[in-house]
Write a protein that binds this ligand. Sequence first.
Ligand code: COA
Length: 395
Amino acid sequence: MSTQLYVTSVEEMQAAKRQATQVHDGLKGVTVGETRLSQVDGEHGKLCYRGIDVGTLAEKSTFEETIYLLWWDALPTAEQLATFSAELAERRALAPDIHRLLQVLPGAAEPMDALRTAVSALTCTVDDDGDRCHEASVKTAMALTAKLPTITTAYYHYLNDEESIPPDPTLGHAANFLYMLHGERPTEMESCAMDVAMLLMADHGFNASTFAARVTSSTLADLYAAITTAIGTLSGPLHGGANRRAMEMLLAIGSADKAEAYLTSALAEGQRIMGFGHRVYRHVADPRSHTLRRMLYKLCEQHQRMDLYELAGAVADLMATKKSLYPNVDFYTAPILYLLRVPLTLFTPVFAISRIPGWTAQVMEQYANNRLLRPLARYVGAEHRAYIPLDRRRA
Ligand SMILES: CC(C)(COP(=O)(O)OP(=O)(O)OC[C@H]1O[C@@H](n2cnc3c(N)ncnc32)[C@H](O)[C@@H]1OP(=O)(O)O)[C@@H](O)C(=O)NCCC(=O)NCCS
């Protein structure tokens, strides 16, 4: 009887050990924490910020209102919005040292690398007193959110041997970005398209860059360090880099009638089609894609580029038929940014500019209830190897 008990407990111990060392490849399906910011419902294809449907927010609110909602857990009153928008606009300018840094970066630096470097350098312009309370963090979050579009556009102009264009405090966040890029005020439709695209990218659960920011902040490193980490993580082609590649693909295909041949051959070669598939929305469309598709339609109509809308639609339909894969946020954002004359090299920085409210809100949430994020790894390398002294080692 006791032997039987002993055997069971050994088995249980082995099972517990197996369970403890079970590897979740890519952390797929693993819940690592709680958030009150965005609810990503992969089963039903729904996304809410602080409980409010993003489609409704995109239709009725602005990016600034969304930032406020993420940081303060309530939509602002008209007065709060006016004060907040003015405070954000006031912080857009960069210190001369940051401009100088952007000017001396080697010309081969990708805009995402320049953005990451400038954000990291911004740490040197402030004294970190170690205060991680909400009030102190919001101050930093506001400065970072305000400055990212200025850094991105200034670097773009310096790369092209042009003067940077100072921000226009009378314009909203999205419109001001387009203004600093092109030097002319965007139309109402263009401002609205940019605003909607930014709003829809503002937060998205524990995606790779947000999770990276949370890992960094869980060490109680400052917000600048966390956002530097996030920008680096976003730069990869499987994350923020997908929007640019999606546009390159659309340009390479050229027209709707060529989509079938292109996709058949790309898929036969085992290529990943950028802007499709999602870790969480596996069998449903990314909810953001519906609003973005409608926005693309309006923009294509205004710009008389219905051919681009038809091309994007043909690719989406073919991917659904051939692979049961649906557009993610990057797919329709790409032609929207293209029509807004955002250069391809700035597509991923635009993602960063849009995601910073979410990153900073997630970092504040991490600070408020912090526990060091430190997972385990199962060691699968060699064991018990003999040590060879330096003079006896052979190549
Ligand atoms: C987002 C993404 C990384 C999610 O990956 P994931 O959850 O790890 O899914 P997997 O890599 O396990 O893919 C599952 C299957 O779908 C296929 N697949 C996934 N996305 C695909 C895509 N965009 N094009 C072609 N096939 C794709 C994979 O090849 C794999 O097929 P297999 O089982 O025959 O090998 C993936 O869909 C992708 O690479 N998409 C393109 C990049 C992109 O748009 N990123 C932006 C995300 S918001």
